[in-house]
Write a protein that binds this ligand. Structure first.
Ligand SMILES: Cc1ncc(C[n+]2csc(CCOP(=O)(O)OP(=O)(O)O)c2C)c(N)n1
Length: 333
């Protein structure tokens, strides 16, 4: 799939910058996890940035997005504010959910980001629900769901494909196939011929692409998103990729073959896009300058997050679904 992007170096540079922001955010999230500023868990998206950026480049601000546990990149690409996201990771006031959600629950309705989700594949059914609302309201928004190759083996994925097809809903499923689910090689636990065939068995058109190639992702997304907006019903893109880090920040990925991650560096999206920009008019100085600027920007957000206030304990249960939380003296229920 070719992309018009190759004729637009300025747009490539802007998308490259967004990939750098995601990369720097992820590096900072990992570093601050290790020193105890970020609690819970951190699943880094390092090496997969071209998928989120290439897909979201083709979305409108009012389109919706749902994500999984590896959702920082998706959120930034959709337009969530990385400063508010960093505050969220630190659990501080001013975070996207005022510190109550943390890394796996970034949501920003102002940019259509309906939420990352720590429960594997549960974003699929949320996206179908949102798409059903879009259709009932007669809107022309679309909904994108990012899911991993492990997630497609959970029931909600099949349920979502079925419902989306039966009602011809405007949903794009993007399966980021990094070939591993936590520590398990996905093909060893996946029956049948794979993700694309599984979608096609529900009459949902599917295409498999090189997810590390920004131009291919952009070109495919442009075509598929336009078809969905024009009433094609649901479709699926399987974007092949590779996760350069462990499953989460504290996983050293000792289960990999020796040299595997090093070999993958040659194909990783930031290097590939940088090489293209160098061949198409940008100088190494300009690219280094962009990198320095982004690193400083993210470092500023980390400082802000360190300085920010902790939420007032009396607000612990506001904006939280009431499931019968125990009464705590002095805390509003
Ligand atoms: C329902 C459920 N089962 C198991 C887990 C534990 N878990 C967290 S991430 C993960 C692997 C997900 O792999 P994949 O969907 O391929 O996404 P990736 O991590 O590769 O991006 C598992 C099994 C979970 N969070 N939710």
């Amino acid at each position: 799939m070719t992309s018009n992007l190759a004729n637009e170096p300025a747009r490539v540079a802007a998308m490259f910058r967004k990939m750098l922001v995601i990369r720097a955010f992820e590096e900072a999230a990992g570093e601050n996890f290790f020193v105890g500023h970020v609690r819970g868990s951190v699943h880094q998206y390092i090496g997969e940035e071209s998928i989120a950026v290439g897909i979201c480049e083709n979305l409108r601000d009012d389109d919706y997005l749902t994500s999984n546990h590896r959702g920082h990149g998706h959120s930034i690409a959709k337009g969530a504010d990385p400063r508010a996201m960093m505050l969220e990771l630190f659990g501080k006031v001013g975070g996207t959910s005022d510190g109550k959600g943390g890394s796996m629950h970034i949501a920003d309705f102002s940019v259509g980001m309906l939420g990352a989700n720590g429960v594997i594949a549960d974003g699929c059914t949320i996206s179908v629900g949102a798409a059903q609302a879009v259709k009932l309201l007669g809107q022309d928004r679309i909904v994108v769901n990012f899911i991993g190759d492990g997630g497609i083996n959970r029931g909600p994925f099949m349920e979502a494909l079925n419902w989306a097809k039966v009602y011809e809903l405007p949903v794009l499923f993007v399966c980021e196939n990094n070939q591993i689910a936590a520590t398990t090689t996905t093909r060893l636990v996946t029956a049948g011929e794979g993700i694309a065939k599984r979608a096609e068995s529900f009459d949902v058109p599917a295409v498999t692409i090189d997810g590390n190639d920004l131009f291919t992702v952009d070109g495919t997304a442009a075509r598929v998103i336009s078809e969905i907006r024009n009433g094609s019903g649901p479709q699926l893109i399987q974007a092949m990729t590779y996760r350069l880090r462990g499953h989460f920040a504290h996983d050293d990925a000792g289960y990999r073959e020796a040299g595997e991650a090093e070999a993958a560096l040659a194909h990783e999206p930031i290097r590939r896009t940088e090489a293209w920009l160098l061949e198409n008019g940008l100088s190494q100085d300009e690219l280094d300058g962009m990198r320095d600027e982004v690193t400083a920007e993210i470092a500023g957000y980390v400082e802000d997050a360190k300085q920010a206030d902790w939420p007032d304990p009396s607000l612990a249960f506001t904006d939280v679904q009431d499931v019968g939380a125990p009464a705590i003296p002095g805390v509003a229920s």
